[in-house]
Design a protein around this ligand. Structure first.
Ligand SMILES: *Cc1c(COP(=O)(O)O)cnc(C)c1O
Length: 396
């Protein structure tokens, strides 16, 4: 269909999907695809999950939206559930990841002003991604995302990811810092996992405690069981002051959340922040059903085991192949880094019936649905390994 009336914001693949089931999608010509991207870490339950579809249909038949002028039981229930799962105290609901991070940034600034800091600053990371609104693109560590939108929002101090010394130096020289905003595992930046494992977040937690800063984790991509635990920080034994969620939370029904703990949970008061749609009954019903399925079917454990198996299976097929730099994963956040730009692989995989993604130019990124089974994982490894070998030979 003609796209001339759509704003030209995306370089889209030449395919239109008609329906899906589980980890599979069918296009309008009836061709079948194995979905190893899951709408960019959104469709954790795969497509057309019956429990989710039923929950959404039942809620839609009762009530979709009433606004936050009134009490919303589904929202309170979801907040209780998320706090029980995470150990956090309070939740603000919005509709996307960037909005969740906007809420976190506003919360940090308000917290700073409360401490008498007039120009509060937030430490952010190189290669990070936090969204496309003005504040979140300013926080993002990727010049391509910012170019053309200057002047950027001030109040961010950038340091390399996975470098505690750099944060220590900021602490010595900048009395305006009020918070650190960081992805536990960088997604868009190329599936970057801290080298010291849990020690990175533990080190950040210690620095934040020493200096009275808020530790704010962007778990928009790493959250909702993708790395094995419900939230990635739960691998580390620490707890953040603020955590943001979106992507997998509503399985495709737009919802974002900013969770806060302790003093941070008491920063917002009526009138300081809001959202018309945020946390409406439909979105909350979808999120509650998503959490039900993840817990009942133990999808976190499954994601961790299957992700590790996929990593080993790719390693077995690709480890001696010239051009493959590393294969890394945290649960079902999987990155295969090549030594050259490999955007063309996306189209080649599409033709072969495989949906994958390339990020940071050289990293094949896989974010399959949490319900992917062993046979599908084998198919993914076999199909994609062949494509990568062919691609590397052809571009040598
Ligand atoms: C996708 C993403 C965002 C932005 O989410 P939107 O819903 O697109 O606004 C923010 N942070 C991280 C880590 C993400 O992966």
């Amino acid at each position: 269909m003609s796209q001339q009336h759509l704003m030209n914001t995306y370089g889209r693949q030449p395919v239109t999907f008609a329906y899906g089931e589980g980890a599979w999608l069918w296009d309008t010509n009836g061709k079948r695809y194995l979905d190893a991207l899951a709408g960019v870490a959104v469709n954790g339950l795969g497509h057309a999950h019956p429990v989710l579809a039923k929950a959404i249909a039942e809620q839609a038949a009762k009530l979709i939206h009433v606004s936050n002028i009134y009490q919303i039981d589904e929202q309170s229930r979801l907040a209780n559930r998320l706090c029980a799962l995470s150990g956090m105290d309070r939740v603000f609901f919005c509709n996307s990841g960037c909005e969740a991070n906007e809420a976190a940034i506003k919360l940090a600034r308000l917290y700073g002003h409360g401490k008498g800091i007039e120009n509060p600053a937030i430490v952010v990371m190189e290669k990070s991604f936090h969204g496309r609104t003005l504040a979140t693109l300013s926080a993002t560590g990727n010049y391509k995302v910012q170019a053309g939108f200057e002047p950027l929002v001030p109040g961010f101090v950038r340091v390399p990811f996975d470098d505690l010394d750099a944060v220590r130096q900021v602490a010595e020289h900048n009395p305006n810092v009020v918070a650190v905003l960081v992805e536990p595992i960088q997604g868009e930046g190329g599936i970057n996992i801290p080298h010291g494992g849990a020690n990175y977040l533990r080190g950040l937690r210690e620095l934040c405690d020493q200096h009275g800063w808020l530790l704010m984790l962007d778990e928009v991509q790493s959250g909702i069981a993708r790395t094995g635990t419900m939230f990635a920080f739960q691998h580390t034994g620490i707890k953040p002051d603020v955590m943001t969620l979106a992507k997998g939370l509503g399985s495709g029904v737009p919802i974002g959340a900013c969770l806060a703990y302790g003093a941070a949970a008491e920063v917002f008061t009526p009138g300081k922040h809001g959202s018309t749609f945020g946390g409406n009954p439909l979105a909350c019903a979808a999120a509650l059903a998503t959490l039900d399925v993840i817990e009942n079917d133990k999808l976190g454990q499954h994601a961790e085991q299957l992700g590790n198996w996929i990593n080993q299976a790719f390693s077995a097929q690709l480890k001696d192949v010239a051009g493959v730099v590393t294969i890394r994963n945290a649960g079902l956040m999987i990155g295969i880094e090549l030594d050259r730009p490999c955007g063309d692989l996306v189209k080649q995989a599409l033709e072969a019936g495989l949906l994958i993604n390339v990020t940071a130019d050289k990293v094949v990124r896989l974010l399959p649905p949490l319900i992917l089974n062993q046979a599908e994982a084998q198919q993914l490894v076999d199909g994609l390994s062949g494509l990568i070998k062919k691609f590397l030979e052809a571009s040598a």
